[in-house]
Design a protein around this ligand. Structure first.
Ligand code: IMP
Length: 424
């Protein structure tokens, strides 16, 4: 029995979908704790590609129970459309997929507000337009609507009316648009959709407690990554939730004393989608090589991801704030073919060399990377199954990553398929 968290250790898109899928087969319960349909977890099984935004990746294993915790902002449109896609593939998760009644709901107006706010920002964040920020904003402002609120037939019309009046006033004042949101339309849509969704609703904290007491393995599935955390990320270029391991307790209702370990999912290089500082970003041929070979296109928005070298300052920071006990190092096959591979071991900032990551965008924008250079390898490693069969320089690169990141590597991922994973 184990209680584990799998968390993205960089800016998201580290390949969590595949790693969580791999670990899900050994877990009884897989729970998402934050974020919403802004996540894009890609899982490839037998040449078939699944991209899940709202539903936990654990759903692809028929013996695994999946749950969406209270810390998630629930996108019902995305949930229903993913269920439809899964059903077309012969996967029906009813009876083993659950949703916390205490999760806040992303309402149609949240998506419109997300777009309007982003368009009016001078310094754009590059949001996914999935309504994430505005939904969390309402949660913190104490006017949000939870799943349980929609299921309460007396309360829902009252709280929805309050919200729509407020949002309409805001749109009129800011954008001169009158009666932007229609109460009846949104009310009827929610009633219809939640009539279908209600069978999935169950107290997730109690489910976790029961699984724990029965000594069953539990996995918490992080979305986005450490540097997109609202508190520990590169603010303001972050998402609106606690993506780091601390978010698990508040986002699901498990106590911190019950967590055994944290697995950091880390790409063997670095990528970022959206705006914000990125010290090791490459604008040269190596950047293009990583982007092309790694198919670095955002799973949710289809935007190209920015690419750069591995950053040991980010790694150590992530290990520290998440309590990462081991790493899943992903996409290392993509580095194959490069003559030399650089790893960032310090930041030159003004006249100093910084050895620790600073989560301050203004500082990071002015930092230049200090690199160590390692020899690359030419071999295709994507079919290798045993650690010791990896080329010497690949193993040297992994050893170096372990040393500069202060953490052991547990899993090495050499391709998108489940079986392209080496347990070290
Ligand atoms: P939001 O989460 O849509 O508000 O977007 C905030 C920032 O987080 C933007 O830079 C997005 O590109 C980024 N972001 C959100 N979700 C993900 C993800 O799953 N992977 C990578 N970046 C993400």
């Amino acid at each position: 029995m184990s209680v584990r968290i799998a968390v993205g250790a960089q800016w998201g898109d580290e390949g969590k979908g595949k790693i969580i899928d791999l670990l899900s087969s050994r877990s009884y319960l897989v729970v998402r704790y934050q974020g919403g349909a802004n996540a894009g977890h890609t899982v490839k099984i037998n040449e078939k590609k699944f991209i899940l935004h709202m539903i936990p990746s654990g759903v692809l294993h028929e013996n695994t129970v999946s749950a969406i915790g209270n810390g998630v902002v629930f996108d019902y449109e995305s949930f229903i459309s993913e269920l439809d896609t899964l059903k077309m593939e012969g996967i029906n998760p009813e009876g083993r997929l659950f949703l916390s009644p205490y999760a806040h709901v992303v309402m149609p107006y949240h998506k419109e507000i997300d777009r309007a706010l982003e368009n009016s920002r001078k310094n754009k964040i590059g949001t996914t337009f999935k309504g994430i920020g505005p939904a969390y904003q309402d949660k913190i402002s104490r006017c949000g609507i939870r799943v349980a609120d929609i299921l309460d037939k007396d309360y829902f019309p009252i709280i929805l009316k309050n919200n729509i009046d407020l949002k309409n006033q805001m749109f009129e004042a800011l954008y001169r648009e009158k009666d932007k949101f229609d109460f009846n339309k949104i009310y009827n849509e929610c009633l219809e959709k939640f009539e279908f969704i209600k069978k999935y609703v169950k107290d997730v904290s109690i489910m976790i407690d029961e699984a724990y007491n029965q000594n069953k393995s539990i996995l918490f599935e992080g979305a986005q990554g450490t540097l997109l955390d609202i508190d520990h990320g590169t603010y303001p270029f972050v998402t609106s939730s606690n993506t780091t391991s601390g978010g698990v307790c508040t986002g699901t209702g498990i106590s911190p004393t019950r967590i055994d370990s944290v697995l950091g999912v880390m790409k063997a290089y670095t990528t970022r989608v959206g705006n914000g500082p990125f010290v090791t970003e490459l604008f040269d041929e190596v950047g293009k090589y990583l982007s092309d070979k790694g198919h670095e296109i955002g799973a949710t928005t289809g935007r190209p991801r920015r690419c750069g070298y591995y950053d040991a300052l980010i790694a150590r920071y992530s290990v520290r704030v998440n309590g990462i006990s081991s790493l899943a190092l992903t996409k290392i096959d993509v580095l194959g073919g490069l003559d030399k591979i650089k790893v960032c071991v310090g930041y030159k900032y003004k006249n100093e060399i910084l050895k620790e990551f600073v989560p301050v965008s203004n500082v990071l924008e002015k930092c230049e990377p200090v690199y160590e250079e390692l020899d690359g390898w030419k071999e295709d490693i994507s079919e290798i199954k045993n650690y010791n069969d990896l080329p010497l320089n690949t193993r040297k690169y992994i050893d170096y990553i372990e040393k500069v990141s202060n953490v052991p590597v547990e899993i090495v991922s050499v391709g998108p398929e489940r079986n392209q994973s080496i347990f070290k």
